[in-house]
Design a protein around this ligand. Structure first.
Ligand SMILES: Cc1cc2nc3c(=O)[nH]c(=O)nc-3n(C[C@H](O)[C@H](O)[C@H](O)COP(=O)(O)OP(=O)(O)OC[C@H]3O[C@@H](n4cnc5c(N)ncnc54)[C@H](O)[C@@H]3O)c2cc1C
Length: 447
């Protein structure tokens, strides 16, 4: 049986490796358009921040290991351009311009997502960059090394922009961040967003939300200008971090159904609307465990897990994924920012009678040295008492705490049940009443 995979990163290589482990006799072919496979995109901002680190450190497993040790027919420099579901073939072009065509019995589309570039003048200028794949990471690092970059403008205020903001500042580069939307972090309560904003301002970052961007212009021979309504920001380089789009075009052209966010619509077995074509990772949608609606939340764990599930299904070991809670965390400077489940607007849209609470507590016990503030926002449903979502910010203890709330969402706990959870306590790690329990106790009063 021929199992062909388009895309050789998290979802694609997870599927390829597991399929070979499950069934060594399977013919597994991976078509990857770049020369890079299986690397940690998530590590790029931290690598860029450190000139002593080599970008190649981010490669988790080299192409040769997949080829020689695992027997995977891994073909780099191959761009898939067309899937023909009727004749069950994938065709496309190699880097040298020649064509290829491969027959498949089962196909996995794992083409990921790409950076969204606004259709505005000047975004094609040299010095305007995006960060999605390893090649783009190398380009940014080389640009900083070979140019005198004293000032960067970041377009967008999502987690990639905020991680890169810290990276630029580590390198001594001044940063302004700008975006068209008015609200800084629209998916959390203002009090929590203000704490993150204060951290950025304390690190001399200029924040300009609510500025409509018109164009990027040249300023003299070397510099750039991001031209907005009522604002012009000068820069030596511009990073466009305005969101991502699923690479679902070849799936759509093959007649596959698209779902949330224009990603490929898949069922819980990762099967698309074609019985022999799966889709996994950032190019595919998923069911949200709280709203039970289709969502597109492109993150790494889901991509890896979905790749495994596809491999199991292709090899006849039935695997079904329950869904995602949208759990995510990032840090910017010394601030950890985490989320799981729905925000208030999403909860109301999903038909819940949403109530929320915001509390401030501490990361360690009362009077224990080194303690810092933790802000928790919890969202619950008045009708059922169910916990619907959480947001958290603080300088320590946020990143791993959010996981307890994520598990509570997966098992559909009520706020009352969560408030009765037996959580660990010792002074260096939390107050006796963990901040999450304090928030749950407060939310109970609203329900
Ligand atoms: C800077 C950065 C930081 C991140 N940090 C985090 C984090 O902290 N936590 C987290 O959960 N997630 C993070 N992510 C997101 C995470 O990297 C992705 O969710 C994950 O890589 C998705 O894996 P994937 O295999 O679906 O897609 P991708 O990693 O995008 O891989 C898709 C592959 O398909 C190839 N491809 C595309 N089209 C074709 C074609 N037509 N033919 C052949 N090959 C094709 C691409 O070249 C690519 O190699 C981050 C991403 C970035 C960019």
């Amino acid at each position: 049986m021929n199992f062909v995979i388009i895309g050789g990163d998290a979802a694609g290589m997870s599927a390829a490796s597991r399929a070979k482990r499950n069934k060594p006799e399977l013919n597994v072919t991976v078509l990857e358009k770049t020369m890079d496979v299986s690397y940690s995109a998530c590590g790029m901002p931290y690598n860029i921040a450190d000139p002593a680190r080599d970008m190649e450190d981010l490669v988790v497993r080299g192409a040769e290991v997949f080829r020689k040790k695992q027997g995977i027919d891994l073909l780099t420099g191959r761009t898939a351009r067309r899937v023909d579901p009727k004749n069950k073939t994938v065709s496309g072009t190699c880097v040298d311009g020649s064509g290829f065509e491969y027959p498949y019995d089962k196909l996995l589309i794992a083409t990921g997502a790409r950076a969204m570039i606004p259709n505005l003048p000047g975004f094609e200028r040299p010095g305007v960059m995006v960060l999605k794949n390893l090649e783009e990471g190398r380009r940014i690092k080389a640009h900083i090394r070979t140019h005198e970059v004293k000032k960067a403008v970041i377009i967008g205020m999502g987690y990639i922009g905020l991680e890169m903001c810290e990276a630029f500042r580590e390198l001594g580069i001044d940063v302004d961040m700008v975006k068209s939307r008015e609200t800084f972090l629209p998916w959390m309560d203002q009090k929590l967003a203000d704490a993150v904003e204060s951290e950025l301002k304390a690190n001399q970052v200029g924040l300009y939300p609510g500025r409509r961007i018109h164009s990027i212009e040249a300023e003299g021979k070397k510099k750039l200008q991001v031209v907005c309504e009522d604002l012009v920001l000068s820069a030596d380089m511009v990073l466009v971090a305005a969101g991502v789009l699923p690479n679902s075009e070849i799936a759509a052209a093959a007649g596959l159904k698209l779902g949330a966010g224009n990603a490929v619509s898949v069922d819980e077995t990762l099967l698309s609307s074609d019985p022999d074509i799966y889709a996994a990772g950032d190019c595919a949608d998923a069911v949200h465990v709280v709203s039970e609606k289709k969502v597109w939340i492109p993150l790494a764990l889901r991509a890896n897990r979905a790749g495994w599930a596809v491999a199991d299904n292709v090899c006849g070991k039935a695997a079904a994924l329950k869904g995602i809670a949208g759990t995510a965390v990032f840090k910017t400077f010394n601030m950890e920012v985490a989320r799981t489940g729905l925000d208030v607007h999403e909860a109301l849209d999903a038909g819940f009678d949403a109530a929320e609470t915001v509390i401030e507590s501490r990361s360690r016990a009362h009077a224990h040295p080194g303690s810092s503030a933790i802000l928790v926002q919890l969202i619950g449903d008045k009708a059922s008492g169910r916990l619907l979502g959480a947001r958290m910010v603080g300088k320590e203890g946020v990143a791993h705490r959010i996981n307890a709330l994520a598990v509570a969402l997966h098992v559909k706990m009520t706020v009352e049940e969560f408030s009765q959870s037996d959580l660990a306590y010792a002074p260096p790690f939390s107050p006796v009443w963990d901040p999450m329990l304090t928030a749950a106790n407060q939310l109970l009063k609203q329900l």
